[in-house]
Design a protein around this ligand. Structure first.
Ligand SMILES: Nc1ncnc2c1ncn2[C@@H]1O[C@H](COP(=O)(O)OP(=O)(O)OP(=O)(O)O)[C@@H](O)[C@H]1O
Length: 230
C-alpha cells in the first residue's frame, strides 16, 4: 500500500495536492495534461522532492523524510539510468550492491535475472552496443533483482516503438507479478494505461486524484482530460 496522506507541495507558482492510497500490488497509470504534476507526484514518492505538508507511507512505514536510496522504491526514467562505462552485468549488479562488489551467489543471481529478461550471453556488453529494447531489458533486470515493493516509471518506454513498448510492458507485468510490486506508471498514451493498468490516477488542476478504474475514466473523461486526450 502506498499512501499520500494530505500531501501538498509548491514549486514556484505551481501547487500539487495528493490525498490518496494505492493498494499493495496494484498497477496504476498516472495520466493528465502536460505540466499537471505527474512527475512531481512520482518525485515525491521516490524521494527526489520533499512535500511541504503531509506524510507519504509505503506498507505503513513513513518514508516522507527518507533519502531516495533508502526508500523501498525503484524508479525508471526514459534514459533507463544505465552507466555507459559499465557492462550489462555490472549495471544490473548495482541493484544489489552500489559499490559493485558482488559475492559469487550475487553474481549467479545477476546471471539468472539476465536470463529471465532474455539477455543471456550479453553480460559483458556495454549499453552503447545494445538496441533500445535490450537497454530497456537491462533496466528491468535491475528492477527485478532489487525487488522493491514500489516501482515508479516516468514515461520510461515513451521513446520506444509500439511493438517494443508492448513487449516491455509485458515484461514489466511479469516482473510485477514475480515481485508483488505496486507499480505507478506515468504515461501520455491512453492505450498503455488501458493495457497495463486497471486503475488510473488523474492529475489535473493541481490535484492528484485517488485511483479509479481506467476503462470508464478514459471512455468518459472529465473535460480537462478530454481536451488533453484530443
Ligand atoms: N524544478 C522545478 N522547479 C520549479 N517548478 C517546477 C520544477 N519542475 C517542474 N516544475 C513545475 O511543476 C509543474 C508540474 O510539473 P511536472 O513535471 O510534475 O508535470 P508533468 O505532468 O509531469 O508534465 P509533463 O507531462 O509535461 O512531463 C509545472 O508547472 C512545472 O513548471
Amino acid at each position: 500500500m502506498l499512501e499520500f496522506d494530505a500531501v501538498r507541495v509548491t514549486r514556484g507558482p505551481f501547487t500539487l495536492s495528493a490525498d490518496l492510497s494505492v493498494p499493495k500490488g496494484a498497477r496504476v497509470a498516472v495520466i493528465g495534461p502536460s505540466g499537471s504534476g505527474k512527475s512531481t507526484l512520482l518525485s515525491l514518492a521516490g524521494g527526489f522532492l520533499a512535500p511541504d505538508r503531509g506524510r507519504i507511507r509505503v506498507e505503513g512505514r513513513d518514508i516522507t523524510v527518507l533519502p531516495p536510496g533508502q526508500r523501498p522504491v525503484s524508479m525508471l526514467f526514459q534514459d533507463q539510468n544505465l552507466f555507459p562505462h559499465l557492462t550489462v552485468a555490472q549495471n544490473v549488479g548495482l541493484g544489489l550492491r552500489p559499490d559493485g562488489r558482488l559475492s559469487d551467489p550475487q553474481r549467479a543471481r545477476v546471471a539468472q535475472v539476465l536470463d529471465e529478461v532474455g539477455l543471456e550471453g550479453m553480460e559483458d556488453r556495454r549499453p552503447a552496443n545494445l538496441s533500445g529494447g535490450q537497454q530497456g531489458r537491462v533496466a528491468l533486470a535491475r528492477v527485478l533483482l532489487r525487488a522493491r515493493p514500489l516501482l515508479l516509471l516516468d514515461e520510461a518506454f515513451a521513446a520506444l516503438g509500439p511493438a517494443l513498448k508492448a513487449e516491455m510492458l509485458a515484461l514489466l507485468g511479469r516482473i510485477a507479478d514475480q515481485t508483488g510490486a505496486t507499480v505507478l506508471m506515468v504515461t501520455h498514451d491512453p492505450d498503455d494505461a488501458r493495457s497495463f493498468a486497471p486503475q488510473t490516477i488523474l492529475v489535473e488542476g493541481g490535484v492528484a486524484h485517488p485511483p479509479v478504474p481506467t476503462g470508464p475514466l478514459l471512455d468518459d473523461p472529465p473535460p480537462g482530460l478530454r481536451a488533453y486526450l484530443g
